[in-house]
Write a protein that binds this ligand. Structure first.
Ligand code: 4AD
Ligand code: MG
Length: 430
């Protein structure tokens, strides 16, 4: 008999197949036993029917506990009353292991309990749906950039210098010298962009952030495009197009998962380009009008981002931030050097920043001055300064946080559910 996956079951109507999986749930009703089996790609209802009370399949059924592993053979049948529209009439069961008392039962569990059992929690329906959406978004991101001629250029994880400020660096020992876990691949992207024109990197990044919020992870994945000769406006458009591409892809391929998550998709379906754009100055004014006590020069905190993204019924692009609150590499505005050509794109429905980026300094003297002003060790940035000596050009890029995007698309209350094994301020287990 052919081993098949539940997600493909509709192509086997009427045929005998083999399913390899785990017991999700079971119940009996008179002469019928219902066994819900999951195989990683889906859940299917399987049925055992017999007039005889002592049928050997009934005895096997009685033995099976939640999450017991098995191989099951039977006939696929269309059944409108079954979840998914198909069921399997069981002919044979090979039990592989009878599971011990499974700690995660259909009753409610506390978050700390579930986090401690994350290795098992992943099997639950909602967690499974979230991670299916995550892999779809990863694929969409790759398709988006690959389809537009971007070259994937992996950037190092062990680095000798900071990209996003020295306060959130993870320090480690690199033989007899110090190294840091990458906060962003950007600086290396700038080098590969000068070699390949349009590039992107997509990998794990690390921030020793002492923030315990619903949108901060210590280890998260970021996709970062970088484009030679692009200016701020080009990169804002690229960011909008990427976000729309992701939304359309998930709506097209992962409706079922969004349904499991009870995600109302209308707010996502409404989103169109261009997103509203406002300069930092205007954003401050808007926030004040809505009762915020923020002052010019302050960075947005979560409450300000949430407020802004609630004022508009769409993602919002904020540009022209005060230089003081942004990274050393940001290109100052020609008309007002107090502000820089950076952009943050805030997701809608109160989810806040998902993209951060902008135009980079291409003038060697200015960059050198900024490195001094930010008190960064020049030696570590010698190679980065080189990029400005040999055919320097304006260039721009951004980073999109994968987990924040997943949280928004799935409308989750917390970022901890968006990655298989979240690293949080006080959690590195399991
Ligand atoms: O705004 P950030 O810090 O920008 C950079 O790192 C740039 N060097 C990227 C670039 O221009 N190539 O981070 C970019 C995005 C944020 O908008 C957010 O989505 C995500 O990365 N992010 C986090 N996600 C989860 N947990 C954290 N602690 C995050 N910090 C940033
Ligand atoms: Mg940012």
């Amino acid at each position: 008999m052919k081993w098949v996956y539940i997600e493909d079951i509709s192509t086997y109507d009427g045929q005998d197949v083999e399913i390899r999986g785990w017991v999700y749930n079971k119940r009996s009703s008179g002469k019928v036993r219902f066994l819900l089996v999951r195989d990683g790609t889906g859940i299917i209802q399987t049925t055992i029917f017999s007039e005889k009370k002592n049928h050997p399949l009934f005895a096997q059924f009685d033995q099976l506990t939640q999450e017991s592993s098995l191989i099951l053979r039977g006939t696929v049948r269309q059944e409108p009353r079954a979840p998914g529209g198909y069921e399997i009439n069981v002919k044979e069961i090979d039990i592989i292991q009878i599971a011990e008392d499974y700690p995660i039962t259909p009753k409610e569990h506390s978050v700390p309990f579930l986090m401690k059992h994350r290795h098992l929690w992943l099997r639950s329906r909602k967690q499974h749906a979230i991670l299916q959406v995550r892999t779809e978004i990863v694929r969409a991101i790759r398709d988006f950039f690959d389809g537009r001629g971007f070259r994937l250029m992996d950037t190092p994880i062990l680095t000798p210098s900071a990209c996003e400020g020295t306060t959130t660096l993870f320090e480690t020992q690199y033989f007899d010298q110090k190294a840091y876990l990458s906060q962003s691949g950007q600086l290396y992207n700038e080098a590969t962009a000068m070699a390949f024109g349009k590039v992107y990197c997509f990998g794990p990044t690390f921030r020793a952030e002492k923030s315990k919020t619903r949108r901060h992870l210590i280890e998260f994945w970021m996709v970062e495009p970088e484009v030679a000769f692009a200016v701020l406006d080009d990169i804002v458009v690229l960011g909008e197009e990427l976000i729309l591409f992701i939304i359309e892809r998930v709506l097209e391929r992962r409706r079922q998962e969004l349904e499991i998550l009870e995600r109302d998709t209308k707010p996502l379906e409404r989103i169109t380009r261009p997103f509203p754009r406002l300069k930092y100055d205007d954003a401050i004014q808007k926030l004040k009008n809505h009762g915020s006590s923020i002052e010019w020069g302050d960075d947005f905190g979560a409450p300000e981002e949430t407020l802004l993204s609630k004022i508009y019924d769409s993602p919002v692009c904020v540009t022209h931030f005060p230089a003081k609150i942004k990274a050393f590499y940001m290109q100052p505005d020609e008309d007002n050097p107090e502000v820089v050509l950076g952009v943050d794109i805030l997701a809608s429905e109160g989810y806040g920043e998902i993209i951060g980026g902008g135009q980079r300094i291409h003038d060697p003297e200015l960059l050198e001055r900024k490195i001094k002003e930010f008190d960064l060790p020049r030696e570590a940035y010698e190679w980065y300064l080189d990029l400005r000596k040999y055919g320097s050009v304006p260039h721009s890029g951004f980073g999109l946080g994968l987990e924040r995007t997943v949280a928004w698309i799935c409308k989750l209350p917390h970022i901890r559910q968006t990655i298989p094994f979240p690293r949080l301020l006080y959690r590195i287990y399991p």
